[in-house]
Design a binder for this molecule. Structure first.
Ligand code: BTN
Length: 262
């Protein structure tokens, strides 16, 4: 039995192997699963990343998804998505002491490489959110040299950086505890302190970046990262000097020496 010490987690669905905890949690949410339904799997055989990418999920990592039912308009999810990244960051810092940071919107970076990602799937009905499924994937106890060739140089792992094994269940419990706090603030409309902390930990400001799959045109935009807006959007100074705000897209860091390009 997993003791998560999180009152808001109502139902734990634990698996040795699943195609994707995200797909499983979405199916549960669609059939009426309550807020606080958690799905966790030791291995995923068809893990999903953002923008239809796959997500390599071998044994040793922490792969889970949970259901939330916030009563907000879909636009509010931008801030929730940032908040989820912050919860994970705080929990990782607390449990490992590692110096992790956030790449907008909510990638977890460690030593200049991606160590974790967050996927948000949402369904709305009549302009209100019906459910939000948050999927979290963390390279806790994985050996990056065993990752597929195209990922090896782009990913980092907590156990390799810390030089010791990370307790996945303690990490999960810490993330759920931090999520409860951040979600409480979000529901109370107190998002400014969440946003300030996200800004503090977001390392991309000032760097040359390319944003692929930008809103509306499915193209890309290049320029200098100016930070995160009050609405949680990404501010990009285009090469012509104009500052544009984006709410979706995948960031690639172009500045030399950053070491991060995923
Ligand atoms: C990203 O592309 O950065 C997001 C990756 C999210 C991966 C997690 S692992 C648990 C959950 N199940 C999935 O299939 N994906 C998410």
């Amino acid at each position: 039995m997993i003791n998560l010490k999180s009152d808001w987690i109502k139902d734990v669905n634990y698996f040795m192997e699943l195609p994707s905890t995200q797909d499983h949690a979405i199916a549960l949410a669609r059939s009426g699963a309550a807020e606080g339904t958690l799905v966790i799997s030791e291995v995923q055989t068809r893990g999903k990343g953002r923008r239809s990418a796959g997500w390599h999920s071998p044994v040793g990592g922490l792969w889970f998804s949970f259901v939330l039912r916030p009563s907000v308009a879909p636009a509010g999810i931008t801030m929730l998505s940032l908040g989820m990244g912050l919860s994970v960051l705080r929990a990782v810092k607390k449990t490992t002491g590692l110096d992790v940071c956030i790449k907008w919107p909510n990638d977890i970076f460690l030593e200049g490489k991606k160590a974790g990602g967050i996927l948000i799937d949402m369904e709305s009905v009549s302009g209100r959110c019906e459910y939000v499924v948050t999927g979290v994937g963390l390279n806790t106890n994985v050996n990056t040299s065993e990752f597929p060739q195209e990922l090896k140089e782009k990913v980092s792992s907590f156990c390799e950086a810390a030089g010791r094994t990370v307790d996945n269940m303690k990490m999960l419990a810490a993330i759920l505890k931090e999520t409860e706090k951040v979600y409480g603030l979000f529901k109370a409309g107190k998002v400014s302190c969440v946003l300030e902390d996200v800004k503090k930990h977001c390392f991309i400001t000032g760097r040359k970046v390319r944003l692929a799959g930008t809103d509306g045109d499915n193209g890309f935009a290049e320029g200098r990262a100016k930070g995160i807006s009050e609405k949680g959007g990404f501010l990009l100074e285009l090469d012509g000097g104009e500052i544009k705000e984006f709410f979706s897209g995948s960031l690639e860091i172009l500045s030399e020496g950053s070491g991060a390009d995923q």
